[in-house]
Design a protein around this ligand. Structure first.
Ligand code: GLN
Ligand code: ZN
Length: 767
């Protein structure tokens, strides 16, 4: 008999070789029948349940599997599907089909009529994207999709106890969007609760004992009406005969402690990885009989945990509350790669530091062993082996420290973060040097990644062509890209990034302290997965990464060609970062590595250098009260990367979004000479933040949306630039597209940029 139970909040569904992705895509292309797709799905569920059961999980999560997105599955279950995606029979029968689900997600499916897809957005501060539910003022709910119930039966048939896992009603409403008219979404809550209650009653009839309802919005600072909604919802659901495990994750919920502790729920799950301190306050306020689920293994990262340390931290509580403590990952394992065992090419030193979803279950089993009662002496050898592994892993980590990097960070002083002089002075010097016209034109960096370029790279990776041949070919592409820009008449050119597959991977592969897996995929949305680099050690740059490309491109023209780098904050956010030092420290190390590159570019004669930070905003903490701390270190990391140059060198940055209202002071503090942002879809509305702030440096507000293949007209762009010029002094403005052009074709790019240059000419005469 164990004194703690192992719980799982959910397992990744994609499969360790992305089986689900390939099956989905084949089904969409008509190469697989729906029954064949369902079979792949069923096999994946059975494998994942088996792994969890073998690790000692008693209540197997059901509902973590989704054909596209678990929020969308829930919308279908609740019959909250937009009319435009349904086929006629469904409006009558009140039942939703799988193809309807795919139509919501993708705008089309093998059957039925196409209709614009539902909006997709990031799930809290993760890189997982969910389909935003669309709710109308007169929205009705009913149980309309059987997947949850079918899967409960499926789990039972294997002899498992099923624990359905669902987003709770309040978070579901919060994440949804009001369409048609502007109404208070909370007005739908009573109806929604009723349907949730119906769902719980059906689960209960199936023999389900526990249901996990997730309310991740508790990690946010909620308005009073949303707090009240939490209270009334769980009061109302208390009538059903299943036990509710109320789960929160991604951050502390201690600011709602009184509310949460008063809810009539049978169990609470807490994320103790992002917020270890909240354990004490909740443990002290537990209700009689209430279960507490301790999320102690990081569900969002790839590193093996110090389970010896965790065991000692929670042992007192485990002893105090016999039978009432569960140990679990901090959140669903959805955000973690599936199985480390399939990695065959990792250096052993790195591999021993890692733990993917399947291994995290083993860690929980080991933690359970460490917590087993001392009188249970038979497992002494096992306990010793686990402890020895923990110690060895820590020692290896410490031994791998790069003293040079650590010393360099320690020696930094405030001057290292500042340019030689303030912007106004630099601006004059740069104007004299570059002599750019009013409204200089430029692009964001990448040009079309043609099938030829991708094919070349894949042959090179497979060793089918030599490095020399690969580089020669890419030089040709670069030359062609520069010539096209010259012909278009752009003022500041780029080399086009043909050598890059991905803006983080490219740098990760060249940095010390950063590694890669073969199969470390994580679902981003639908069938799309990403494979983030692993920042496992102290980061440094052994040698120049981009200088040859930049130098070559610059040698082809007298016009300035921008050097193109990814910034430290973005590299950090789009990687799996080590946890033994702070994110701030890691960002500083990467900042120094990028700084070295910036200085080398300058010394090679590159006068303008762009340091992209598209992920800057993504890193904002869930709670506003934590924003300042993040913004301070993120701004510093960027400044550190940029400040090594002379006044003459012009530093650009790029961010592809433009909600700057609350972060504008931080953006200004970055002190980039020029920032390019995405503003075309908001029709320059979002420039208002810069206007109100009287943003002093130069800005390139995007004048056309690169996400559509349509050619923007001269008139459209003239209007937008004029609009921008009413908000920002024209001497501060640049003209450029919203973002990089790598996903477009030359046939789309050339007419668009031709018009962009033309629009600028019109305005230079007019303004
Ligand atoms: N320089 C990069 C590009 O043009 C920027 C990409 C991005 O903003 N995500 O592709
Ligand atoms: Zn961008």
């Amino acid at each position: 008999m164990q004194n703690v139970e192992i719980a799982s909040l959910g397992f990744p569904r994609i499969g360790r070789q992305r089986e689900l992705k390939f099956a989905q895509e084949k089904y969409w292309r008509g190469e697989l029948t729906q029954a064949e797709l369902a079979l792949v799905a069923k096999e994946l569920r059975s494998t994942h349940w088996k792994w969890q059961a073998e690790a000692g999980v008693n209540l197997l999560p059901v509902g973590d599997f989704a054909y596209y997105d678990q929020v969308l599955t829930l919308s279908a279950t609740l019959n909250a599907i937009p009319e435009r995606h349904r086929d006629e029979s469904e409006s009558q029968s009140g039942k939703i089909s799988l193809d309807t689900l795919f139509r919501v997600a993708r705008g089309r499916a093998p059957t039925g009529k196409d209709a614009p897809a539902g909006e997709m957005t990031k799930y809290f501060n993760t890189n997982y994207h969910y389909i935003v539910p669309e709710l109308t003022a007169d929205q009705e709910f009913s149980v309309a999709f059987e997947q949850f119930f079918d899967e409960v039966e499926e789990a039972k048939a294997f002899g498992y106890k099923a624990k359905p896992v669902l987003l709770g009603p309040v978070s579901y409403l919060f994440l949804s969007k009001a369409v048609g008219s502007d109404f208070d979404k909370l007005s739908l809550l009573p109806k929604l609760i009723k349907t949730y209650a119906d769902i719980l009653v059906r689960f209960s009839a199936q023999g389900v004992e526990w249901v996990q309802l997730e309310e991740p919005i508790l990690a946010l600072e909620l308005e009073a009406d949303w707090q009240a909604a939490i209270a009334s919802t769980y009061e109302a659901l208390n009538d059903t005969s299943v036990n509710i495990l109320l789960a929160s994750y991604y951050g502390t919920v201690a600011h709602h402690q009184a509310l949460i502790s008063s809810l009539p729920v049978a169990g609470l799950h807490l994320d103790l990885v992002t917020a270890p301190k909240q354990l004490a306050v909740f443990a002290a306020n537990l209700q009689a009989e209430q279960v507490i689920s301790l999320g102690v293994i990081n569900g969002r990262n790839v590193w093996a945990a110090d389970i010896d340390v965790i065991a000692e931290r929670i042992r007192p509580l485990v002893n105090d509350l016999p039978g009432r403590v569960w140990i679990a990952p901090s959140c669903s394992l959805l955000h973690s790669p599936v199985d480390l065992d399939v990695e065959t090419e990792l250096a052993p030193a790195l591999k021993q530091q890692l733990s993917f979803a399947k291994q995290k279950l083993t860690e929980l089993a080991q933690l359970q062993t460490l917590l087993s009662p001392p009188e249970n002496c038979s497992n002494r050898a096992e306990v010793d082996a686990i402890l020895a592994t923990c110690v060895a892993r820590r020692e290896a980590r410490e031994a791998a420290a790069d003293k040079q990097v650590i010393d360099r960070v320690a020696a930094l002083n405030s001057d290292d973060y500042e340019r030689e002089t303030e912007f106004a002075h630099r601006q004059t010097i740069q104007q004299q040097k570059f002599k750019l016209p009013l409204l200089p034109t430029t692009t964001i960096g990448s040009f079309p990644q043609t099938p030829a370029i991708r094919g070349l790279r894949s042959r090179w990776r497979k060793g089918e062509i030599t490095e020399t041949f690969y580089n020669d070919q890419l030089q040709q592409v670069t030359k062609d890209t520069v010539e096209r820009q010259l012909k278009l008449g752009l003022d500041v050119l780029v080399h086009g990034e043909a050598e890059r597959n991905d803006m983080v991977e490219y740098f990760g592969e060249q940095l010390e302290g950063v590694g890669f897996t073969q199969f470390g995929w994580v679902q981003s949305y639908g069938s799309r997965c990403v494979k983030p680099p692993l920042i496992y050690g102290d980061v440094s740059r052994p040698k120049a990464m981009t200088v040859e490309w930049a130098e070559y491109a610059q040698s082809l023209t007298d016009k300035p060609v921008k050097g193109m780098l990814t910034g430290p904050v973005t590299i950090l956010h789009w990687s799996f970062a080590r946890e033994d030092i702070s994110r701030e420290q890691i960002a500083t190390q990467i900042g120094l590595a990028i700084r070295d590159e910036v200085v080398d570019l300058q010394n090679a004669g590159i006068g303008i250098i762009q340091i992209d930070e598209p992920a800057f905003r993504e890193g904002l903490p869930l709670k506003k009260s934590d924003w300042e701390h993040y913004l301070n270190w993120a701004v510093d990391a960027f400044k550190l990367s940029a400040a090594g140059v002379t006044n003459e060198t012009q530093i650009h940055t790029h961010m592809c979004y433009s909600e700057f209202n609350e972060t504008i002071a931080a953006i200004a503090a970055m002190d980039a000479d020029v920032i390019t942002i995405e503003t075309s879809r908001s029709r320059m509305e979002l420039l208002t933040a810069f206007e109100d702030f009287e943003y002093p440096n130069e800005i390139g507000p995007g004048v056309y949306d690169i996400h559509t293949p349509n050619t923007p007209t001269v008139d459209e762009m003239v209007t937008l630039i004029e609009k921008a010029a009413r908000k920002i002094p024209v001497r501060q403005l640049w003209v450029n597209p919203d973002c990089g052009l790598k996903t477009r074709t030359w046939d789309e790019v050339e007419p668009a940029l031709k018009n962009l240059v033309q629009a600028t000419k019109v305005l230079r005469r007019r303004l």
